[in-house]
Design a protein around this ligand. Structure first.
Ligand SMILES: *Cc1c(COP(=O)(O)O)cnc(C)c1O
Length: 230
């Protein structure tokens, strides 16, 4: 691994290459740097190298890092990408900019009720169990339309439904990697055909970001390729 700065450059080069292949503009994909398990100094180094979106998996760890980096708060966008229990929604509604892991209405309702009025709306994605793994969190694909309709009906000044997120089952061949990403994109298209206006597909990680970009990812969540092995 190189430095955080050179790793970021390499990941951006991969994203640009994948966008080129897919005839998509390079700026159609946002890089979310997943800083879980790495300290505030790693985030500071990535910010100094031009990175502004950061993803955290664990609520307490994320809150502590946001607090430790309060001096940079206006320049950073913090995304919660890990599981969210209903008893933790209040500090998340108060501190984060995005939550990618909404998998039931109760969580979205609590986030909407607890989002402080002075802040911009919290940006939400529904986490979909796209590979339909018994052990994985996320809403089942068949239940996405009803959940999306209910979340989109919450007060828009508090929460804004932006799209879908998935963590597909690991696969090694490019075709196998692309299939679940294509399925998530198809779900998003179906929602938009039913009247939603969703613009976000949060999919693709260090190992499969090319497949995700080929299938329409707008946010790729990359940890180890930037910060190193955990
Ligand atoms: C850890 C994590 C990532 C980043 O994974 P890498 O393989 O390190 O790139 C992306 N998304 C979620 C939900 C994660 O938990």
């Amino acid at each position: 691994m190189g430095s955080i700065g050179s790793n970021l450059q390499e990941v951006k080069r991969r994203i640009a290459g994948a966008c080129g292949h897919a005839a998509r503009p390079a700026n159609s994909v946002t890089l979310l740097a997943v800083s879980k398990t790495f300290g505030p100094d790693a985030v500071r180094a990535a910010h100094a190298a031009g990175q502004s979106h950061f993803g955290e998996n664990y609520v307490q760890e994320g809150l502590a890092k946001i607090e430790a980096l309060a001096d940079l708060r206006a320049q950073l966008q913090w995304h919660l990408i890990g599981p969210l229990q209903s008893n933790k929604t209040k500090p998340v509604a108060e501190a984060f900019d995005w939550v990618h892991s909404v998998d039931r209405l109760k969580i979205a309702e609590r986030l909407a009720a607890q989002r402080p009025p002075g802040l911009p709306p919290l940006q939400l994605c529904l986490q979909v169990n796209i590979s339909e793994e018994a052990s994985k969190s996320g809403v089942a694909p068949a239940d996405v339309p009803a959940l999306a309709a209910a979340v989109a009906a919450l007060p828009r000044e508090r929460v804004r439904l932006r799209g879908l997120m998935a963590i597909p089952e690991p696969a090694t061949t490019p075709q196998a990697q692309r299939a679940p990403h294509a399925a998530l994109h198809a779900l998003l298209r179906a929602l938009n055909a039913q009247g939603q206006s969703l613009d976000t597909l949060s999919m693709g990680m260090s190992a499969d970001l090319e497949a995700a970009v080929a299938e329409g990812a707008t946010i790729v969540r990359v940890g180890s390729a930037i910060f190193g092995t955990r």
